[in-house]
Design a protein around this ligand. Structure first.
Ligand SMILES: [Zn+2]
Length: 161
């Protein structure tokens, strides 16, 4: 997969290695609660197309590049995406993804100190029944006391276990 970074880096954030997973996005300076930090960019495709692109269980955590907008649209951050794809998941996040008329923005849930890693709750959605392999595939390593153990969205109170 090739991730092009054609967008200029926002002065608000910096991308570097993360203790949670791979690369992460960090506050370059203090970010106030409610601040709109970055738009989640990428190719807008149908969910079924997203499943086709990222259904290879041999690839490590690929599905996390898809952001579900609604039942008709997912954003593929792996195609035309920006630094937003490097924001890691947390079960106790300091940011949230906000849907503004179909466009997705990452906004600060609280004041964030310079150097803090930015996170939001992915609440990943996959159609069909939970597969046993998903437990490891979408395992959460956020380390929060309230960690639910998975990056998948809760389903009617059922866990991914
Ligand atoms: Zn967690």
């Amino acid at each position: 997969m090739i991730v092009r970074q054609t967008k200029p880096t926002s002065a608000l954030i910096v991308v570097h290695e993360s203790p949670i997973h791979g690369r992460g996005v960090f506050a370059a300076r203090r970010i106030a609660a409610g601040k709109r930090i970055i738009e989640y960019l990428g190719e807008r495709i149908a969910p079924v197309e997203g499943e086709k692109r990222y259904d290879d269980d041999g690839v490590d955590h690929p599905h996390v590049l898809l952001f579900t907008v609604d039942e008709h649209t997912v954003i593929d951050g792996g195609s035309g995406g920006n630094e937003a794809i490097y924001i890691n998941h947390s079960c106790e996040p300091n940011c949230e993804a906000v849907d503004d008329d179909g466009r997705i923005y990452i906004e600060a849930l609280r004041d964030i100190k310079a150097g803090e890693e930015l996170t939001y709750d992915y609440q990943l959605e996959r159609p069909g029944r939970y597969l046993a392999s998903w437990k490891e595939r979408y395992r959460c390593r956020c380390g929060a006391p309230t960690c639910r153990g998975t990056m998948l969205a809760p389903r009617n109170g059922k866990s991914a276990d």
